[in-house]
Every structure is written in structure tokens, then in C-alpha cells.
Design a protein around this ligand. Structure first.
Ligand SMILES: NC(=O)c1ccc[n+]([C@@H]2O[C@H](COP(=O)([O-])OP(=O)(O)OC[C@H]3O[C@@H](n4cnc5c(N)ncnc54)[C@H](O)[C@@H]3O)[C@@H](O)[C@H]2O)c1
Length: 248
């Protein structure tokens, strides 16, 4: 097991990729405080995994003070913190000319702002444990995909602040990396059904010829970045997308 006795926070941890990360982290020996606004999914996952190792916190990440509440809940449940996974996201595709204040606020309020405030709130604990932060961004931001203006902006902001944190906090022993996944989550299922042509085009660009599986393709890469095996890696963006986008 690669995460024995490590304590992790996973945001958006009751659905999609976050649920897979929560499950696989527990299999790898971690204890996980997972946060989500979806009460039904959260309760079901906590029952499946057991409260001694998996603790669900129902919370909307966009409410003021969410970061401190989450950090304090992790400490109260498991006594410390080693790994922070900022995975949650909610955004609505829209042409750039219609990317208004609400559209931007949804994308930034569910991903960029909670990512930054949780990193800040957890800095002291992660410095004590020489911890690892894994933030989620997107190939849609790197490629500038149509209809993804607010989402692309929020996700590229996540990558920017991740590099700043990697530079500032390396001296504290904290590593910060970014994952850009491609996997069949509930969110991607909805997107594929709503925009079948865009989904087919995205899949056609994947050299490995298939969409990723959350637990067997995406979560192991997150475990790697959370574990000692990646102890000399920080400030990087790791594409876990079957080769759909090759960084140079
Ligand atoms: N699935 C992919 O192929 C893909 C591609 C590129 C990037 N990503 C990124 O990976 C991450 C996970 O994506 P996914 O496809 O699993 O998404 P998803 O929509 O399937 O799941 C997101 C989860 O986050 C929760 N959530 C959203 N907003 C929240 C909030 N404000 N407060 C609390 N919980 C909230 C939802 O309830 C849900 O459980 C996201 O950051 C996404 O941008 C995914």
C-alpha cells in the first residue's frame, strides 16, 4: 500500500473522479475526509467505505469559510493532514460572448477559489507533514476548447497558482502538482450526451483509443503524486488523458 496512515482531503469526493480517488486512497491505506454538496452520494460512499476510514462532509465549497471548516473537520476526524486533492468543479458550457458574471462565478467558485483557499488554510498542516497537494485542471483550458471560456479561465488559474505555490512552498517541504484527466465521470457523461460531436472529436484525438477509467486509469496517477514515489516532482502538470494532449 502506498498511502498507509496518510490523511487526505478530497473535494468533490462523492461523485465522478473524486469518488474514485476516495475509494482508491482508502484501498492504499489512507483515511479520507471527502467533501461534496451531493448529500445522497456522500452518505452512500461513507456507508460503503466505513466511517473509521472515510468521513463525509456535506458542504458547498463556495460558501464563505468553507476551507477552514474542511481543514478542521479533517483534523477532528483523523488528527492531521498529509494530502490535499482539489478535484471539485461545476461549470456550464457557454459561448464566450455569453460568459457572464454568473457563468464565471460558478466556474471560479467551485474550482479556483476553493483550491486557493484550501491550499492557504492547509499550508501549516502540510508543512508539518511534508505533504502533497494535487489540483485538477483540464485539457479544455490548455487547448481553449469552444464553449469553455469560464471553465478554461478557472482551470488555467488553478495551474498558475499551483506553480506559484510549488515555488513558494518547496522550502516548506510541500509539493504541488496538477492533473488533467480524461475519464467517464457523471460530468463527462452529461457533456457527451449534450454535445455528442464534441465528445466524438475529443475521443478521436486520444492515441490510446478509449476514454479513461476513473479507478484504474486516473486514481493511480493521483496516488503516485500523493505518495513518496513522486518525492522529487513538484510544479508539474500531468496529463492523464490517454495522450490526447501532449505537453512540450
Ligand atoms: N472527467 C474528465 O474527463 C475531466 C476532464 C478534464 C478535467 N476534469 C476535471 O476533473 C475534476 C473532476 O471532474 P469530474 O468529471 O469527476 O466531475 P463531476 O461533475 O462528475 O463530479 C464533480 C463532483 O464535485 C462536486 N461538486 C461540484 N461543485 C461543488 C461545490 N461547489 N461544492 C461541493 N462539491 C461540489 C459534485 O457534486 C460532484 O460530486 C474536475 O476538476 C474537472 O474539471 C475532468
Amino acid at each position: 500500500m502506498q498511502l498507509t496512515n496518510k490523511v487526505a482531503i478530497v473535494t468533490g469526493g462523492a461523485g465522478g473522479i473524486g469518488r474514485g480517488i476516495t475509494r482508491v486512497f482508502i484501498r492504499e491505506g489512507a483515511r479520507v475526509l471527502f467533501v461534496d454538496s451531493n448529500a445522497e452520494n456522500g452518505a452512500a460512499l461513507e456507508a460503503e467505505l466505513g466511517r473509521d476510514r472515510a468521513r463525509f462532509l456535506r458542504l458547498d465549497l463556495s460558501v464563505p469559510g468553507a476551507a477552514e471548516t474542511i481543514r478542521d473537520a479533517a483534523v477532528a476526524a483523523f488528527g492531521g493532514l498529509d494530502i490535499l486533492v482539489n478535484n471539485a468543479n461545476r461549470s456550464t458550457p457557454a459561448p464566450l460572448l455569453l460568459a457572464d458574471e454568473d457563468n464565471l462565478a460558478q466556474a471560479f467558485g467551485s474550482s479556483f477559489t476553493p483550491t486557493l483557499t484550501l491550499m492557504q488554510a492547509c499550508h501549516e498542516l502540510l508543512a508539518q507533514s511534508s505533504g502533497s497537494i494535487i489540483n485538477f485542471a483540464s485539457g479544455a483550458g490548455l487547448s481553449g476548447d469552444p464553449l469553455q471560456g469560464s471553465y478554461a479561465a478557472a482551470k488555467e488559474a488553478v495551474r498558475g497558482v499551483s506553480r506559484v505555490a510549488a515555488n513558494e512552498w518547496g522550502v516548506d517541504g510541500i509539493r504541488v502538482n496538477v492533473v488533467c484527466p480524461f475519464a467517464l465521470s457523471e460530468g463527462v457523461q452529461w457533456w457527451s450526451e449534450t454535445y455528442p460531436e464534441l465528445a466524438a472529436a475529443a475521443l478521436a484525438k486520444v492515441p490510446l483509443g478509449r476514454i479513461g477509467d476513473i479507478e484504474s486509469d486516473i486514481a493511480p496517477a493521483v496516488v503516485f503524486l500523493a505518495s513518496e514515489a513522486s518525492c522529487y516532482i513538484t510544479g508539474q502538470t500531468l496529463m492523464v488523458d490517454g495522450g490526447g494532449l501532449m505537453m512540450r
